[in-house]
Write a protein that binds this ligand. Sequence first.
Ligand code: ZN
Length: 594
Amino acid sequence: MFDNRVVLEVQQANDIVDVISEHVSLKKKGREMVGLCPFHDDHRPSMNVNGLKQIFKCFACGAGGDVFKFVQMRENLTFPQAIERLAERAGIKLRPAKPAKGRTQEQPPAVDPNTLAKVNAWAAQHFQKNLSDEKKGKSTRDYIAQRQITPQSVKKWRLGLALDSPDDLIRAAKAKDASIKLLEQAGLITGQNQDKFVNRLMFPITDVTGRIIGFGGRTLDETGAKYINSPATSLFDKSNSLYGLEQARHQIVASGTAVVVEGYTDCIMAHQFGCANVIATLGTSFTAGHGRILRRYAKKVVLVFDSDTAGIEAANRALEVCLSQRIDIKLASLPEGKDPCDFLLTAGKERFEQLVHDAVDVFQFKWDRLVEKFGSDDTLAGRRLAIDEFLQTIAAGLGAGYMPPLDRGLILNRLSKIIGLDTKELNAELSRRLTRAARAASYGVENQKVQSIDYGQGLFAKAQREVLEVLLNEPKLFEIVKQKITSEVFDVPILRQTAAILFEKLNTEPESSLAEILAAAESIELGKCLVQLAQDGEAKGNFQARLTGALDTIERYKARKRKGRIEEVEDQRQFLKRIYENTEKENPHSVGMV
Ligand SMILES: [Zn+2]
């Protein structure tokens, strides 16, 4: 997905000691740093971090790798996600790699996002034309007027109309000789070759630069879902997009606050009333992706819910986003049964602004609800339960992302004020739960984190290991190795994968460091294997002699296998001959069948 050079650049820009220090407290021990391993229930510091080699390794559970593997495991990310995360940390801009020639990638090349944006812009114009059409758009314009959306807003938000016809857009495209394939890639046409949006009021969704990345469509005849969105494309990802960010961006920056509502019309109405820092999620709850985007513009996010119940459900998620994205989140609930649009129309701008102003900090909100739940009789036991669940929720949220000690101190102070418990005691309580949450995460999501690796059995498997152990420490011996074997010889799966990566790397760059080789390995297991083999090899030393021994073993094995194959072929020949003879005896005319 990314060019190897870029991957290495990201790796080099993120010192492993710094990155791991953000998760684990490290102490100097000899030439390495040690700390409690976050991947198992560690009581003595078992994890070693080597700044010189830029690798880490836990001697208890075997976890190991480079900075990417650490982030992959710690934050439960894929390899590309870990690259993105660390690129962001180092301020490196990523460009996806051009598809390498000769590399077998079955996936069709992703469509250029800018091309899709152009297709969307064309479609948006078409929908706008429909809406302003004297006859075709009449009833929809009436509906819009009845919803009290002004013609200025219609223009500002580029609202449009998808006609009540299965192929209006397709026909328009054909008339212009436009590519139907592109319409399909933009998600405007379904697999059955029909318009995706039929008889719907269309809301173009733009990114912060104003490119139309997708559409939301509200049904006009109350059939089907009330709202549907464009499917995910290379340009559009619902959980990472916000409606109105283009229009609200300046006011969000100026006020330091982003107000998040749930619907397109809520957002439009807020702007119509002059509340210009309002944006909307696209029918999803507020995600970490949203938090990440808004963090660039605002210090504070206020989530507006249409009822207290909706707020309670969202509070946990909001807490998680708040903790993982380090952004202040407050919650505001509207009177039961009102959406922001209704509320603005009946109560007005000032009351809406007051509501936003009075929004409750997400920690406080969660705590208040817990006290309501457990503490109605104000007993000590009830309070204990409330504290317990509160800290549990926070530990779960903290487990989702890393938190520098300073931020943790700030949070503890805040919690201490809310619960009225001393920060030291809180810290101890929280740490206990964090360890438990980390353990649960490392067992739950991917067992590969704690699984031991199967290096195979027997002399031949051992010889394969030896070759890799030596090469990871003495890469220049690859000159000898490559004349005798290829990675195809390896038959233990994990060793074969390791050999494939190592051989390819050493073929092009004979001087590769362990960290550079690790950057080419995507899976956590491979990272663990590479570090393990490198360290075992280092401890054993005696490289030249061990390599010779191992290559001899492999040579003997290959010879035996060849012989085995000859014997096998010979067996088959004898077998066929016998059949042939028998058949000939029974039925001389059927020879050709054999
Ligand atoms: Zn460990």
